[in-house]
Design a protein around this ligand. Sequence first.
Ligand code: FES
Length: 102
Amino acid sequence: MAEWKMICKVEDIPQLGSRVVTSAEGDIAVFRTSSDGVFALRDKCPHKGGPLSQGLVHGEQVTCSLHGWKLRLDTGEAIAPDVGCARRYPTKVEGGQVFLEI
Ligand code: FES
């Protein structure tokens, strides 16, 4: 059953960067945007499995470092013309702490 897990403080995630959380379901990339939005996606690109945590965050998207696919951080969906979806995990920030529902 899914439960909220405290991961780290918001400032532990570099702005426009990410932090990798290991889970029983595989690695999860937790991203922080320039406006301190926090989003989590499975750390596996829907194209060829590249690590999204190594990607470039811009706005509310991440560009995969391998072949440049862009994914929406809020849904995990690829931006057209690419088609695919990385699993998204709900996040919340309370009192400066990041929680992940896994
Ligand atoms: S593996 Fe991510 S774009 Fe190819």
